[in-house]
Design a protein around this ligand. Structure first.
Ligand code: FAD
Ligand code: UDP
Length: 371
């Protein structure tokens, strides 16, 4: 008899399993259909002994001391500040667009105040900023939008930025200073021995039983449990009753090169050329030393594992119908990027799981989804 059946051993499922077992003394069965824990953050050593991320580059960053302190119980960290360059018109430029980007691109020598004026002179007036096109052209104008955002977004989502919610492109800011870090969060670090080691520590508890290579459908009727936490796709849980929620997938192509270094920085984006969006070289992220180097190319696709919820108005409307259903479903809690159809980073999933744990542990009975 288990207190909880948790479906999915990614961040959402593993944090909840850890909290329920360690803090509340609950007996937990965590099941994943994959052959490993860690969900999309899973990492492993490839044939050359280089630590790679099986589901694309995962860089940890957060402004939340609570989230960072919580995860620090299970790992030491390696400080790492991610830097990205964009290949545009055959040249490499800092991304997010910053002072250096425009000085380099236009042969200028502007300072920060002048850069602000420069962007203002290029910006288009948009009364109601709703889409990813709006959010970019209203800040930096159409030319830079075309060079850096339109093609990348089309490849990544197979959609024009004008069809996507503003929140997607708003993930990438524009700067008038020379700060060339991809993120500016207070905490930016990689788990010193990798994500998988961190998950192993998190789940190493006598009250937690892990079952891999198992779709929960295979066992759900044979196991007795009081409540379920579901972190897979919410539409799948309800047998697609209202139709499928669209997700975007990616094909990852890994290469190892017989050279110490492949590219100038951790990630290079290719907004306008090639079928892939970006190349990431793992040794920058992990700090590992090796005579060879491994990289991953990301080819966005419609079919395949569901990686990205697609934030656009009709999808959000469809999700709300599932959310309502989830709220009415007794003894099942929905969490995570797929369970709540939210384009969440790892730290946001951890924060969501920690507050769901509080809600579950609260004395008054609550039911359903966590939004
Ligand atoms: P998942 O990790 O997807 O876990 C869900 C688990 O449920 C999966 O393991 C799945 O196998 C399992 N499951 C589903 N259905 C079933 C079933 N029927 N039975 C059993 N098991 C099932 N975030 C960052 O903060 N920084 C980054 O740099 C970053 N880079 C990313 C790059 C890519 C390419 C992608 C796709 C995501 C990236 N993310 C990044 C986001 C990050 O991956 C997620 O926020 C986080 O991993 C989500 O955790 P989760 O537990 O919600 O979901
Ligand atoms: N984006 C872009 N050009 C870039 C980088 C990002 O147009 O060089 C847009 C694109 O729509 C992308 C979104 O901004 O999907 C979010 O980028 P982010 O790097 O956060 O994507 P993720 O790492 O989640 O794939």
């Amino acid at each position: 008899m288990f207190d909880y059946l948790i479906v999915g051993a990614g961040f959402a499922g593993s944090v909840l399993a850890e909290r329920l077992a360690s803090e509340s003394g609950k007996r937990v069965l965590i099941v994943d259909k994959r052959n490993h824990i860690g969900g999309n953050a899973f990492d492993h050593y490839d044939d050359q002994g280089i630590l790679v991320h099986k589901y694309g580059p995962h860089i940890f960053h957060t402004n939340s001391a609570d989230v960072f302190d919580y995860l620090s119980r299970f790992t030491a960290w390696r400080n790492y500040q991610h830097r990205v360059l964009g290949s545009v018109d055959g040249q490499l430029f800092p991304i997010p667009i910053n002072l250096t980007t425009i000085n380099l691109m236009y042969g200028l020598n502007l300072n920060s105040t002048e850069a602000e004026q420069f962007f203002l002179s290029k910006a288009e007036e948009v009364k109601d900023v709703r889409t990813s096109e709006d959010v970019v052209v209203s800040k930096i104008g159409r030319e830079l939008y075309e060079k850096f955002f339109r093609g990348y977004t089309k490849k990544q989502w197979d959609m024009d930025p004008s069809e996507l919610n503003a929140s997607v492109a708003a993930r990438v800011p524009v700067r008038t200073n020379k700060d060339d870090r991809y993120f500016t969060d207070t905490y930016q670090a990689m788990p010193l021995h990798g994500y998988t080691r961190m998950f192993e520590k998190m789940l190493n508890h006598p009250n937690i039983k892990i079952m891999l290579n198992t779709d929960y459908h295979e066992i759900v009727n044979d196991i007795s449990f009081r409540q379920m936490i579901f972190t897979g796709p919410v539409d799948e849980y309800f047998d697609y009753r209202y139709g499928k929620l669209p997700y975007r997938s990616i094909e990852f192509k890994f290469e190892t090169y017989d050279q110490e270094k492949f590219q100038e920085t951790g990630t290079i984006n290719y907004p306008n050329d090639y079928a892939f969006t970006r190349i990431t070289e793992f040794k920058y992220l992990t700090g590992q030393r090796n005579a060879k180097t491994s990289v991953v190319y990301e080819f966005p696709k419609a079919q395949g594992d569901p990686y990205y919820p697609i934030p656009k108005p009709d999808n959000m409307e469809l999700y709300r119908k599932y959310q309502l259903l989830a709220e009415q479903t007794a003894d099942v809690w929905f969490a995570g990027r797929l369970g709540t159809y939210k384009y969440y980073n790892m730290d946001q999933v951890v924060a969501q799981a920690l507050s769901l744990f509080k809600k579950i542990s609260a004395p008054a009975p609550h039911r359903g989804t966590y939004a």
